[in-house]
Structure formats: C-alpha cells, structure tokens
Design a protein around this ligand. Sequence first.
Ligand code: CAA
Length: 241
Amino acid sequence: MSRTALVTGGTRGIGKAISIRFRDQGYKVAANYGGNDDAARAFTEETGIMAVKFDVADYDAVGEGLAAITADLGPIDVVVNNAGVTRDAPFHRMTLEQWQQVIDIDLTSAFNVTRQVWDSMRERGFGRIVNISSINGQKGQFGQANYSAAKAGLIGFTKALAQEGAKKGITVNVVAPGYIDTEMVRAVPENVLEGIIATIPVGRLGKAEEIASMCTYLAGEEAGFITGATMTVNGAQYIAG
Ligand code: CAA
C-alpha cells in the first residue's frame, strides 16, 4: 500500500522538487500552496500531482485542507513542512509586520500542520515529519533576524517532537538547505548573491533535487532510527557541530 505525503509550499521551488520526488517513489502526494494559482495549475498539469490551496499560517484553514487531502488520498503518513517566505531587512528597518509574517508562515505553520496530523500518526504507529529549516537558522544571516529566528525555531521544535514521537513510530527531522537555486535565492540582489556564492566551498548553488532526495530518504522505512537530527545540505558553506 502506497503512503501519502503532504508537502507544504509544494508547487514551486524546493517544494516542487520534493513533491515530484515523492511521486516518483510511488507515494500519493498532495502539494499545498498559498496564493499563486497560475503556478499551481501549471504544476498540476506538468506533474499530475494534486495541488491544495490553504494558508499554512491559519490553523483552521489548515484543518480544512488536511480534511480534503485525507478524504481524497487517505491518512497522511509523511509531512514535509517546507512552506516559507523571506522578508529581509536590516533589523533597524525591520517592521513588526515583516517579523510576524515570517514567524507565522515559516514557524507557526509547522505547528498548525503537524499538530493536526499528529494524533492520527500516533494512532497508526507511523509517521514522518521533515521540517525544512535553513543554513541561516543555523548560523544567522545579516538582514534575516526574522527568518533566522523562525528557521532556528524549527530545529528546537524538531528536537522536542522527536522525543515525543519516538515510541509511536514517528520520526521528526530537519533538513537545513544552504543556498539553493530557486526564485527565493535569485531574489537576493545580484552583487550580494555573488558574494554569498564565493563563500560556498562547492562553488555553486545547490539544486532543489539535492534537498528532495534527503527528504525521501528520511521518509523511508530504513530511516526509522534517524530522529531529532538536522541534515545540512549546503556545499560546506557552514559546517555545524
Ligand atoms: N554583513 C555585514 N554587513 C552587511 C552585510 C553582511 N552580510 N550585508 C549588508 N551589509 C551592510 C552593507 O555593507 C551596508 O553597510 P554600509 O551602510 O556601511 O555601507 C549596509 O549593511 C546596508 O547594506 P545594503 O545596501 O545591502 O542595504 P539594503 O537595505 O539595500 O539591503 C539586505 C540589506 C536586505 C540585508 C540585503 O543586503 C540582502 O538582501 N542581503 C541578503 C540577505 C540574505 O542572504 N538573504 C537570503 C535570502 S535566500 C534564503 O533565505 C533562503 C535560504 O534559506 C538560504
């Protein structure tokens, strides 16, 4: 019986590659998205994967979205909490709105989704949660006090939940990408991005597929003893202890 995977922010960027990789491995996949209907339509046409629109920052909207997915595909076995945005600004110019949006969409979203699949995973004795953090949650980044806080928060969230899920067959892990070739990274001013690439020992941006393969690995049966871990995929730009 094939398992069901939900990828939040799953129609574009890293999330799109993750959705496709799960599909290719035989999962039933639901790709959530927040706002870009055109991209979602194109994604479904291209991949055949169901795209489900709901705001991951809204607990009740998440509940409705999860109910629709479960009705179509069955109980959710794997969640990849990938949805995220940046609102970069040096802290002396950062607004409360920029702070709050990033905390809500990048961190509280993981609570909203995970909390509402957790009881079912506990009952069924199996679950895989993969939280997509960032190199910038590990090392901090100038201009990203909000994003670094949210992405570091996901790591603490993961470490706590890994302990709670352990006896119920649920693993909870972090994948911490470095700078990956996506629209989000391409939005960084070109001169700034050139400077960043110069600090990546592998000498290039990562590929979304390089994150996707880590996610499917962590979701697999053979990864059952890996839980509470942070897997860095960053071309040696930052080597966490
Ligand atoms: N370290 C130290 N100082 C820095 C700095 C850095 N990394 N970046 C900028 N500064 C300094 C500049 O030198 C400048 O100093 P002076 O005023 O003394 O000349 C000052 O900060 C202002 O710099 P900018 O002119 O660039 O200011 P800005 O307001 O136009 O932009 C910024 C500031 C938004 C932070 C911009 O520098 C920026 O976008 N930086 C990139 C942030 C980044 O890496 N974001 C990652 C996005 S991708 C992502 O998040 C995915 C992921 O998970 C990896």
